[in-house]
Design a protein around this ligand. Structure first.
Ligand code: PLP
Length: 456
């Protein structure tokens, strides 16, 4: 697999790139896959090999790698006005139009939008907004942030502190005041003979006890992904949000829905909060916001937080926060096109969210088929996001020892068969592009099955 010639792409990648989020032993053995271009949901490497990308880039290239409308929207805006910020009393016309559109397609009746370059920055910004409110509303001790174990909210110091993954301990994170509740994964976290309803009730009790222990007036907000993505595609236990939302309301704790993955159709609904029928106080967006054609994130504030933040900003005549490229006009033009492509449809092409719903039965059937494998303990998912959890012993859910990297071996074998999918913990995650056909969904599961049979 690895090209060992001295000046190979693999050697050059190793020589000059410091790898993040990469299994270094695998790369050492196999070499980095250096990519040159894509067609639809496929990508091609420097050796001309073709891979079906069941990862959609990183959940985001949902309209494929060569969408003409998105590239054209970017080109037209680069030609017209290639860049600007959204501060000091100036912003681009594209930024104005995107904010209006985002509020229109959000679940909120009114609200406002703040732009960032990434999902991590959007979460960071939201935390700063909550801290700003606490300071300005005379409750400076209201700083703690509640999230869940296994949650993924990003990599900046604050969003990594919100992320409930043990690997952040290598940075000495989380920072103080970031509290991680139990992951609402019934299959893994449910106690023997505990019903799903009892498990969900226990999640509510834990939340309420945590609020009581910490003090409600010390908690700035609760952040949750509707379906945990990088935690391994974990849909909440039944009734989870219906249990926690009233508790948060009772104590006046804002609920932030991190929709960086779920937003814009991944679950088959516009928003994950719509899929699970709850109303957050704000939404964090990125990834599908531009279908991956421009780095961009957004905080979409519901009406109540908008009013409070506006009042707090008016009082000091400024909200002192923002990034050089916040509200970049090319990003906004791409996002306007992405919303059309995903949710509204373009001339001659129905909205891609319809294809998500059309493909979901085949996707679910593929997951269910592979769940019969003797080493697949759970197949789970929602819409076009799914995971297969590998276990040593299916009868009692005993996991493989983590050092065996079973999911890494499955994913590497998939790569050898021309399929890119992602190992996460002991699970293999699938998040296909919304443009896939049923034949491509079938190809994805066939290749994955071949890899499973090769590894076990
Ligand atoms: N929030 C969620 C739910 C995510 O899945 C991610 C990235 O995968 C982020 C936040 C961070 O986004 P970014 O990688 O753009 O900083």
């Amino acid at each position: 697999m690895r090209d060992e010639t001295p000046n190979s792409w693999e050697a050059r990648a190793d020589a000059a790139s410091f790898y993040g989020f990469t299994d270094l032993p695998s790369v050492r053995d196999r070499g980095t896959v250096v990519l040159t271009h894509g067609e639809g949901p496929y990508v091609f490497d420097v050796h001309g090999r073709r891979y079906l990308d069941a990862n959609s880039g990183l959940w985001n290239m949902v309209a494929g790698f060569d969408h003409p409308g998105l590239a054209a929207a970017a080109k037209a805006q680069y030609d017209r006005f290639p860049g600007y910020h959204a501060f000091f009393g100036r912003m681009s016309d594209q930024t104005v139009m995107l904010s209006e559109k985002l509020i229109e397609v959000s679940p909120f009746e009114g609200g406002k939008v703040f732009y960032t370059n990434s999902g991590s920055e959007a979460n960071d910004t939201m935390v700063k907004m909550l801290w700003f409110l606490a300071q300005s509303e005379g409750q400076p001790e209201r700083r703690k942030i509640l999230t869940r174990k296994n949650a993924y909210h990003g990599v900046t110091a604050v969003s990594a502190s919100m992320t409930g993954k043990p690997y952040n301990s290598v940075f000495g994170l989380p920072l103080d005041g970031f509290i991680h509740l139990t992951c609402p994964h019934y299959w893994r976290e449910g106690r023997p003979s505990e019903s799903e309803a009892a498990f969900t009730a226990r999640m509510g009790i834990e939340l309420e006890e945590t609020i009581a222990r910490e003090g409600a007036d010390t908690i700035a907000g609760f952040f949750a992904e509707p379906v945990m993505g990088a935690g391994g595609v974990i849909p909440p236990s039944a009734g989870y949000f219906q249990t926690v939302v009233p508790i948060l309301k009772k104590y006046g704790i804002p609920l932030i829905s991190d929709e960086v993955i779920c937003g814009f159709g991944r679950t088959g609904h516009r928003w994950g909060c719509e899929a699970y029928e709850f109303m957050p106080d704000a939404i964090i967006s990125s990834k599908n916001l531009t279908c991956g054609y421009f780095p961009m994130g957004a905080v979409i504030l519901g009406p109540e937080l908008t009013d409070r933040l506006q009042a707090a900003s008016d009082a000091i005549e400024e909200f002192p926060h923002g990034f050089t490229a916040s509200g970049h006009p090319v990003g906004c033009a791409v996002a306007l096109k992405a919303i059309e492509v995903l949710l509204e449809g373009t001339t001659g092409a129905p909205p891609l969210i319809e294809n998500v719903n059309a493909l979901t039965p085949a996707f679910e059937a593929g997951l269910a088929r592979l769940a019969n494998h003797p080493h697949i303990g759970e197949a789970r998912g929602k819409g076009l996001m799914g995971a297969l959890e590998a276990v040593k012993d299916k009868s009692n859910k005993t996991p493989f020892d983590s050092h065996l990297s079973v999911s890494e071996r499955i994913a590497n074998t998939c790569t050898d068969h021309g399929l890119i999918c992602r190992p996460l913990g002991q699970a293999v995650v699938l998040c296909p592009a919304f443009i896939m056909t049923e034949a491509e969904i079938a190809e994805m599961f066939e290749k994955l099955e071949t890899a499973l049979n090769a590894v076990f």
